[in-house]
Design a protein around this ligand. Structure first.
Ligand code: ACM
Length: 687
């Protein structure tokens, strides 16, 4: 079908994705509504006009329809109806071929394979009377349908899609999310709603971390004591695993299991202590950190066990890759065992690193015999291993570069540790393959992509979504969109819109906060509490582990630190306003800042009785007091900067003391407005 039938070509402007947010139809003299796409497509050509969505919207196909496409179209139709409130009355795929009256034509040549380097590209043409989505594989159709849903907009005449042409393809083939079900078990519904979220932002690998010191999370028919004794009953049955794999496959997502060996393995030994390097007995580990227990690489029974175990798992998981972990084995259990020390000597293995390389080599052969390729954390990088393994870099991008130079494919996770509660902008700036990576063309091709990692020391099924979303959408854009897409402000503009849409698939990343606050406060009158928590963030990095309380698997994750979003939007906008004010001394910005400070002060008065009435909230009283003092200092600072009249003697010292006090961590949270208030105070006092 020629494009001009869809949209008049006159007035068409080709926009590179990088300029898309600012793209304008200058000829027509009107700015287009900003597109709220994430990830941004590779190429977008906007046109005048709209496709109006009405109740007779229908989906047809120009090619054979496989089961995945059929289900995807039905889901699309349900979501479109849900968003528009329209009673879409027609069947899905009632029409084949160029049928008059069909709204959306889908066309794909074949079913895509769920493996790296498969074609996920698509072409989306939205004209005023029909839409065509054309892709080499049905995976491209899935990606394009998500783009189309993101394009849905409304005005006074109703819902519409803007007329445009999108040509899109991923920059990286491996775009993953790791969910750690080991440290805290994540039930199937948590996994499924996150798969839906992943599909919305075009992520295509669920890395399912299934075993840890703290839990063995999958049913094994061959070795039932693994899940019976190693999980407290929190494990996935094999039927549930098949269900998740099929749910993911319907959304074009691979499911790659990780069984972390030889370390991180205490839970395996509760049922099978004979596989460990020390005699045991073993109990499920409840603490977090790097533990000593490790498989015994010198015992042939261990390799026989893995042959049977990986045989069973290889039959269950269709993905070409099996992740063996391999991280953080310090070798203490190996050093303590004389038989293992003798084994090293007899085999000419100079150190534990060489011993682990030997172990990996044996595991690699076992996996290969069961038709699986091996992937592991960067510790497994050993030049003697064959070149079809994949290295997952967590300690630094250097490992990825080093691996590529040695001819190994790799994916980046360093910089995508979403459990550390860093801002979306931090992850967004982290590129797996920057221009200055120092790699040749062939080496660059070995960088396959990256994965966000949701480690679960400090998340429960209740809070996990709020640590994954929406920040992971920014990582998804880094992995899908062209490298030139880098505008941070525009990323946040779109991220906010996408975050709301992610609720559509049941993700709890937004609503969970109010649920926790209601429970903590013991009332549904939580406005003052919410206003306060809005400028609170959980402590970053691993700082929560060094604040006097030892977190274990059984610790409560229901405090303000758990309710607070990892990144405060209010604090981000406040910091930007402070920067603007200090640059321009603009009166309007000054008034905004003053209003914000007054508001925080007033909120404190409303908050005090709420905190007093709840024993669970009392720990944040000093944090609330800090915020009130910062507001007081900020208010005086704005007035001083604006008037040019320095505050009275002793003011600067008192303000600096308030800032210092606000910086000392309390209740495992921090106040992200501190640096901006400090800038104001310094400007006011001329320091
Ligand atoms: C890791 O974070 N130990 C892979």
């Amino acid at each position: 079908m020629p494009f001009k039938l869809l949209c008049p070509l006159a007035g068409l402007i080709l926009l590179s994705a990088a300029f898309l947010p600012h793209g304008s139809r200058a000829q027509a003299g009107v700015a287009p509504p900003p597109l709220l796409l994430m990830p941004l497509p590779a190429d977008v050509a906007l046109d005048d006009g709209t496709f109006r969505v009405t109740a007779d919207f229908t989906i047809g196909s120009l090619s054979d329809v496989g089961p995945r496409l059929r289900k995807a179209a039905a889901r699309f139709q349900a979501r479109l109806a849900g968003r528009t409130g329209l009673f879409l009355s027609q069947d899905v795929f009632a029409t084949l071929g160029w049928t008059e009256g069909t709204s959306l034509f889908l066309k794909s040549a074949r079913e895509g394979r769920l493996e790296p380097n498969e074609d996920e590209s698509y072409l989306l043409l939205v004209g005023s009377s029909r839409i065509v989505l054309d892709a080499p594989t049905d995976l491209g159709i899935l990606r394009g349908l998500e783009t189309l849903l993101q394009l849905l907009a409304s005005d006074d005449k109703g819902f519409y899609f803007p007329c445009l042409q999108i040509g899109d393809r991923p920059r990286f083939t491996w775009r993953g999310l790791l969910i750690d079900a080991g440290r805290h078990f994540m039930p199937v519904d948590v996994i499924k709603r996150n798969l839906d979220g992943m599909a919305e932002v075009k992520l295509n690998v669920l890395h399912w971390h299934l075993s840890e010191d703290q839990g063995f999370r999958i049913e094994s028919k061959s070795f039932p004591k693994l899940h019976e004794l190693g999980s407290d009953g929190f494990y996935y049955t094999q039927d549930q695993v098949r269900d998740v794999i099929s749910y993911a496959a319907d959304r074009g997502i691979r499911v790659m299991p990780e069984f972390d060996i030889p370390g991180h393995s205490t839970s395996w030994f509760v049922g099978y202590p004979e596989l460990a390097s020390a005699p045991g007995p073993y109990r499920i580990e409840r603490r977090f950190g790097v533990m000593e227990p490790a498989f015994n690489p010198a015992d042939e029974r261990v390799y026989a066990f893995f042959d049977a175990f990986f045989g069973e798992m290889a039959a269950l998981f269709p993905d070409p890759y099996m992740h063996i972990g391999g991280d953080e084995n310090e070798g203490k259990a190996w050093d303590a065992n004389p038989a293992i020390r003798a084994f090293k000597t007899n085999h000419g293995l100079a150190d534990n690193h060489a011993l682990q390389a030997y172990f990996n080599g044996r595991i690699l052969k076992i996996l290969a015999a069961h038709g699986k390729k091996m992937i592991g954390w960067d510790e497994i990088l050993q030049p003697e291993l064959p070149r079809d393994i994949v290295i997952q870099s967590w300690r630094g991008r250097d490992a990825l570069i080093k691996a590529a130079k040695l001819g190994y494919a790799g994916i980046l996770s360093n910089g995508y540790y979403i459990d550390l509660c860093q801002p979306a902008s931090f992850h967004y700036a982290n590129d797996p393959l920057p221009d200055d990576a120092g790699l040749g063309e062939a080496e660059r091709k070995l960088v396959l992509g990256g994965e966000a990692t949701m480690w679960s020391e400090l998340v429960s099924p209740e809070t996990v979504d709020s640590r994954i979303w929406p920040r992971t959408a920014a990582i998804a854009e880094r992995l899908w969109s062209p490298a030139s897409v880098r505008d941070v402000e525009d990323m946040y503009r779109r991220l906010e819109a996408i975050s709301l849409r992610l609720e559509e698939c049941g993700l709890t990343h937004i609503k969970n906060r109010d649920m926790l606050l209601r429970r903590l406060a013991g009332t549904d009158d939580i406005d003052a509490l919410r206003n306060f928590v809005d400028v609170v963030e959980p402590l970053k990095q691993y700082k929560r582990h060094s604040q006097g309380l030892t977190y274990t698997q059984f610790s409560p994750l229901t405090r303000i630190a758990d309710a607070a979003f990892p990144e405060s939007r209010t604090a981000r906008l406040f910091a930007a306003a402070v920067d603007d004010f200090l640059k321009d001394k603009d009166r309007e910005t000054a008034a905004d800042l003053r209003e914000q400070f007054e508001w925080w002060k007033a909120n404190q008065a409303a908050l005090i009785p709420v905190l007093r009435d709840s024993a669970a909230l009392r720990e944040i009283e000093p944090v609330a007091a800090d915020l009130a003092r910062l507001a007081e200092a900020g208010l005086a600072a704005v007035t001083a900067v604006e008037s040019g009249i320095a505050p009275g003697p002793g003011w600067a010292e008192a303000a600096e003391a308030a800032i210092k006090e606000a910086r000392t961590s309390k209740a495992h949270v921090e106040l992200p407005i501190v640096p901006a208030v400090e800038k104001l105070v310094r400007a006011a006092s001329g320091r």
